[in-house]
Structure formats: structure tokens, C-alpha cells
Design a protein around this ligand. Structure first.
Ligand SMILES: [Zn+2]
Length: 138
């Protein structure tokens, strides 16, 4: 847990980038609170996830866009230098090879996707689908 010294909100990830004001209540608000140059990339990630999780509720949980269907299936977040994807440790292990090939860093339960005009969207969709099919989750 990390508490922002400016706005006092708490986050799961240290030094989580966020808008120091009223907390976004929806994913639309979350994305529009980010820097303009990354908004399109965040929308692309959102669509890649939603394509595979059409029945999941989209909400903000742990201050991050979250896909919920009985449990939090996965989250994503705009970090300073990358997009964070949080699908749980089993998914990270399962996709480790493809993540490495795509130039993504990862550690237990979290994936670091570098900001880019060519995001690995198919890989993100595949991870979301795998979580849906296997029941593994964040
Ligand atoms: Zn803050």
C-alpha cells in the first residue's frame, strides 16, 4: 500500500501515477484524467480486454480500471513509464515467454507494457481470455 502525500489516497502500487483530485469513479473518468498522449493507448488496452470479457462489469477498484465478474478478474493502470496489467500470478507465469518476446517486463502478478504505438493488443486479449476460461484472476 502506498499513500499519496499530496491527496492522501491509497494505492496498491508504490508511486502510482494518478490525478491528485477527486478520484475517478468510472473508467472513462480515469482515462480522461491521464495525459493526452497516452489516452488512445489506454483506450486500446481497454478494448482489447473488453473484447474477451464482454460480460464483466467495468469499474474502478484499487484506484484502477477493473473487470469484475464475481471477482476482480484483472486490472490495468497508467503508470509513469508503462501501462500496468494485473491479471494475477498464474497468468503472468503462463504468458511469461510471450511477454518477454513482446518486450514486456513482469513480476509476480503484474505486467509492465511499455508505452508504444504498437501495443501487444492480441497478447492482452489472450491473457484476458485465459483468465476468463481458467478462472484465474488478479
Ligand atoms: Zn495524489
Amino acid at each position: 500500500m502506498w499513500k499519496c502525500p499530496k491527496c492522501g489516497r491509497t494505492f496498491k502500487t508504490d508511486d502510482q501515477s494518478h490525478y491528485c483530485g477527486k478520484a475517478p469513479a468510472t473508467v472513462d473518468e480515469y482515462i480522461s484524467a491521464q495525459d493526452e498522449e497516452i489516452r488512445t493507448q489506454l483506450q486500446s488496452v481497454r478494448l482489447a480486454i473488453r473484447r474477451e470479457l464482454p460480460d464483466a462489469a467495468e469499474k474502478i477498484s484499487w484506484s484502477m480500471p477493473t473487470y469484475w465478474q464475481g471477482v476482480n478478474i484483472l486490472h490495468f493502470a497508467a503508470q509513469k513509464k508503462h501501462i500496468g496489467l494485473y491479471p494475477g500470478p498464474e497468468a503472468v507465469e503462463r504468458f511469461a515467454k510471450r511477454l518477454t518476446e513482446a518486450g514486456c517486463g513482469f513480476s509476480k502478478g503484474s505486467i509492465r507494457i511499455p508505452y508504444s504505438d504498437s501495443l501487444p493488443l492480441q497478447l492482452i486479449s489472450d491473457i484476458a481470455a485465459w483468465c476468463r476460461e481458467t478462472g484465474h484472476h488478479a
